[in-house]
Design a protein around this ligand. Structure first.
Ligand SMILES: [Zn+2]
Length: 299
């Protein structure tokens, strides 16, 4: 009997000791796993952007605070901070390929106010599939699809100018690629907010559009001069655009819109820079309600 009790005791001791070791192993592996799980490898987007900026050399790094390859437009500098000084920039380096017209076609719509909006570029007529070339040497900052521009390429140049090529049917370049003046960057098309095949060509400086005819003669398809003077006057159109927007705003101060033929609540809201929801609330009508001619809409 004693032998049996002794055997059971020894067996029980060995079993518990074994189970204890196993338990510790499990606990330590669980603990290890937990430790591993609590240190996720997360890439902070801002840090990554800083890192990219530090390793990529980009044109005009003295003027721009970064090399944004996501947002089509660079951050706009404050025009009001511009004094009466004039800054003269060379339009191309002496040992570069100079200027090559992006596409030989008629300008169908120029820079300036267009209906209730402002047109920030020159529309050049072309057929879908026509080759579009870079105007100057530079580096591709944007090569992607955008809702309004469609397939668009933005090239930054060493003097701080950026040129935009929009509504393309095909993009032939990649972000970061160095291009030469005249190099085919894509094929013309009718993508994005576009009615009919054309090239929407823009010139911007530190985010602000410049009237391209101040730099390029579209009839002669060459530069107006080898240099360009940037001053407050270059951006006078911004004040004009603000004044135009101000007129619409002033109209809204009359507080009432009289419904004309073809008016919808959506169109009225858009005209006075408000929302159909706001108008339907003020006028106690449904946003889908058909409006009567002569009906007074409180703004
Ligand atoms: Zn356009």
């Amino acid at each position: 009997m004693k032998k049996i009790i002794l055997t059971i005791f020894i067996f029980s001791f060995l079993y518990n000791a074994f189970a204890g070791i196993k338990g510790e192993e499990m606990l330590s592996s669980k603990a290890k796993k937990t430790v591993t799980d609590t240190i996720p490898f997360v890439i902070d987007e801002d840090e990554m952007a800083d890192y990219n900026d530090s390793i990529i050399s980009f044109p005009s790094s003295d003027l721009y605070c970064g090399w944004d390859t996501i947002n089509t437009h660079s951050i706009k500098f404050d025009i009001e901070s511009l004094k009466e000084d004039t800054k003269e920039i060379a339009l191309y380096d002496k040992n570069s390929c100079g200027y090559v017209h992006p596409f030989s076609g008629n300008v169908t719509s120029g820079f300036g106010p267009r209906k209730r909006r402002f047109h920030y570029g020159a529309d050049i007529d072309l057929e879908t599939g026509d080759a579009v070339g870079s105007a100057f040497d530079g580096k591709v900052r944007i090569a992607r699809k955008s809702k309004s521009y469609g397939s668009v390429v933005v090239i930054r140049h060493s003097n701080g100018l950026e040129t935009y090529y929009a509504h393309l049917s095909k993009i032939n370049v990649e972000v970061g690629q160095e291009v030469f003046a005249g190099e085919i960057i894509g094929l013309g098309g009718n993508t994005g907010h576009s009615r009919g095949s054309h090239l929407h060509f823009e010139v911007r400086y530190l985010g602000h559009p410049i009237n391209p005819t101040e730099i390029i003669s579209f009839t002669d398809q060459r530069l107006v001069a080898d240099t360009f003077c940037i001053s407050k006057k270059t951006f006078n159109y911004v004040c004009e655009a603000k004044k135009a927007a101000g007129k619409t705003y002033a109209n809204s101060k009359n507080k009432i819109h009289i419904v004309k033929k073809g008016d919808t609540l959506y169109a009225i809201a858009r005209k006075y820079k408000t929302t159909p929801k706001e108008l339907s609330k003020k006028n106690r009508i449904k946003s889908t309600q058909v409006l009567r001619l002569g009906q007074k809409i409180k703004l």
